[in-house]
Design a binder for this molecule. Sequence first.
Ligand code: NAD
Length: 469
Amino acid sequence: MVDLYMRAINTSLGKTAAKSLGLPSPVRLQRRQRADQPFLSGNALIGAAPGGKAVATLGHILTTSEAHLQHASGADSLGDSSLAGQQFQSLNLIREVYDRFSALVFDATGIENTDQLRALYDFFHPTIRKLGTHGRVLVVGLNPGTCKTTAQAAAQRALEGFVRSLAKEVGNKGATANLIWMAPTSAKQLDSSVRFFLSARSAYVSGQNVSIGRSRLTAQPDRMDLPLAGKFALVTGASRGIGAAIAETLATDGATVIVLDLPATMATLQTVANRVKGHALPCDITDETAPEKIMNFVRKHFPGLDLIVHNAGVTRDKTLGNMPEHFWDITLAVNLAAEENINEALLEQEMIRDNGRIVCVSSISGIAGNFGQTNYATAKCGVIGYVEALAPKLTRHITINAVAPGFIETAMTDAMPLALREAGRRMNSLSQGGLPVDVAETIAWYCHPASTAINGNTVRVCGQSLIGR
Ligand code: NAD
């Protein structure tokens, strides 16, 4: 799991060689070091197109960071910032911009037509070269589906192309760019997402867009450093790899966790359970008694479940013509059918508590397809369809979302042939593989009590892989 190329390239000799040979030069990403780490420091600049609906909320969230705050002025296409006179210093973009920015935040919700897209150029053109290493770009727009006119819907949709391209331009700095599409009156639901996308927790999430809908609930945790305190979680496939990292991250955020995996993994599963001070549940999720077994275990230990993460997965790769039927059956059973069966039972029995979270683990294979993975891609794409279909049917502020990991450094990817592994690592905007913790942090953001208006999304954790959309 050691990325030797990354190690070599981050020496002074390696840097020189990469530069002269035109090789990718990945920056070692900065991840969260401790639970109470401020979500943002350095210099943050905020700007808005006229009529921005999110700028006041964004400004308020930024004031809770440790960043030095500035708001953009000087260009006609930018709105008068309602932030003037607060803790924000005015920065005229027409004059020279000298500072290095840790974050560039833009409220594009006021953009109503193609002409007004000019505000993107006016804000980012003078500032983007000053985005620092590990910097963050965050654009907030309106969900095109909620727009009143065709021109507005087209302009808001255009933000996606802008952000995806910008993400590719800043990736060589280990920086990311992402887009939040909100519903017209959902600015107060932005909090957990803005904190996530501006922080080290989203180190390997780039070029993504997430939709924030409406919710009457605006829940906030009592302690920002322990957002999941008092929550009870179940993570499947948690004896190793991504599942173990999910259990650890949820526990670090304050949740009490049941870790589940196949009975054959009990020894390592118990080690993970001990590490997270949780409970180990040996169980094959494809067994028809699995839902009942899980519910009995939850009843024994917890008053109910707040968070369930369907992470267990298998691959059985073969081209379709050569694929034995049990390869097809097991892959669909573990990656898709088991999640559906377990959720159905938990929801029917109301075992998932109010403001609960269901998170499924898909894959970029399910989005882009992959040679030799018709079975796996079918299942993982089915996960995305399942999440989208179930989301609007859920009640009591329960949400369901998915993550789609790209190349993550685990035992699974370590077993890949070297050439394929190297290609997987480099073929993304950050030129490196992600770590299990990157997937875990994204899941923890969905699980945050304030993420109640995020429902039915699939966010890729892939460093903006060149594969897929
Ligand atoms: P992994 O093989 O290391 O872990 C998967 C775990 O699921 C294992 O511990 C396994 O014992 C468990 N499991 C398998 N079948 C089970 C069953 N019937 N009942 C209970 N547990 C079962 O894999 P990983 O790399 O940590 O992947 C975790 C998830 O992320 C999977 O869903 C995988 O498809 C997905 N994913 C991984 C990558 C990657 O690059 N590693 C990329 C995309 C998606």
